[in-house]
Ligand binder design. Structure first.
Ligand SMILES: Cc1ncc(C[n+]2csc(CCOP(=O)(O)OP(=O)(O)O)c2C)c(N)n1
Ligand code: SF4
Length: 287
């Protein structure tokens, strides 16, 4: 039977988020999804960059790698390539993923490693006290935009579908159950998975509250076909009400399997014998 406590960090944990922050339900959804997938903590790695969302992996009982702001998706790609048996997740805010990490996001989608990215989209820079982020709405007043945001918001769903991402979904921190189910689907999907999680920042974003997201979202019905790319693109441009669910799915070859190292054997690199002659020759170049 699934032990739902398996991914709880043992002992007391001092969680650094404000009471009511949308990161709490996302954390709950991640832990439950991993447990319900019958994974073991040692089979999972969660990478992150910098930000409030990027602290999520401190609070899950798995391996974790906390790297540079905006670069976590590349660390996740490298870890998966070194050990394709690992289940690799990557967490971060909209700033981390779409601003500092925007270039990495674009090219990682093209590369298609088998990793799951959770972008906590609270439409603000939480950790650095409320500056506007790439997904802040037009007119959003913040310390960096005292007269309101004038840049058109970044549309992660449209960009991911345009790049033919393997799995694109949107979830809401206001619904732990659906977020958990989407995470399970994304982790089980072979290929790059992006989940844009709509998340309130109760301290610095007084516009996109739990109530606002509830009023401005709807669930995709059973009649929606996520393999239809043009339908997915139309969903990406809906702004009055944002769709929740799996928006686009596309099966394609994953990055790890294209690597010469895995053509003859699928054994992860750490399990292989070191060919000292060749390694020493290589190192001579750097002596
Ligand atoms: C290269 C670089 N630029 C800027 C910063 C400062 N910085 C740290 S966190 C952050 C924003 C975090 O916002 P977001 O990724 O949306 O996450 P949130 O805190 O809202 O969860 C910034 C600008 C940094 N650490 N490194
Ligand atoms: S500042 Fe915002 S994102 Fe950061 S912990 Fe508080 S509510 Fe959450």
């Amino acid at each position: 039977m699934t032990d739902l406590k398996l991914f709880d960090v043992p002992g007391p944990v001092d969680i650094m988020w404000c009471p009511g922050c949308g990161n709490f339900p996302i954390l709950e959804a991640v832990k439950k999804a991993l447990a319900e997938l019958d994974l073991k903590p040692q089979e999972v790695l969660i990478c992150s960059g910098i930000g409030q969302a990027a602290k999520l992996n401190h609070y899950v009982n798995t391996h974790f790698l906390h790297g540079l702001h905006g670069r976590s998706i590349s660390n996740a790609t490298g870890a998966k390539a070194a050990n394709p048996r690992l289940v690799v997740l990557d967490v971060g805010g909209d700033g981390d993923m779409y601003a500092e990490g925007g270039n990495h996001m674009i090219h990682t989608i093209r590369r298609n490693p088998d990793i799951t990215v959770l972008a906590h989209d609270n439409r603000v820079y939480g950790l650095t006290k409320g500056q506007a982020s790439p997904t802040s709405p037009l007119g959003f007043v913040s310390p960096t935009t005292p007269k309101g945001v004038t840049s058109v918001p970044f549309n992660p769903i449209a960009v991911a579908v345009a790049l033919d991402a393997s799995f694109v979904a949107q979830a809401s921190a206001g619904d732990i159950e659906q977020t958990k189910e989407i995470i399970k689907k994304a982790v089980s999907h072979k290929g790059f998975s992006l989940i844009n999680v709509l998340q309130p920042c109760v301290t610095f974003n007084r516009v996109n509250t739990y109530q606002w997201f509830k009023q401005h979202t709807y669930y995709l019905g059973d009649d929606y076909d996520p393999t239809d790319r043009m339908a997915a693109m139309r969903k990406a441009f809906e702004t009055e009400k944002l769709p929740l669910g799996v928006i686009y799915v596309r099966e394609k070859e994953v990055f790890e399997e294209t690597l010469p190292a895995y053509k003859a054997s699928s054994a992860p690199l750490y399990e292989r014998d070191v060919v000292w002659d060749r390694l020493n020759k290589l190192l001579e170049n750097y002596a």
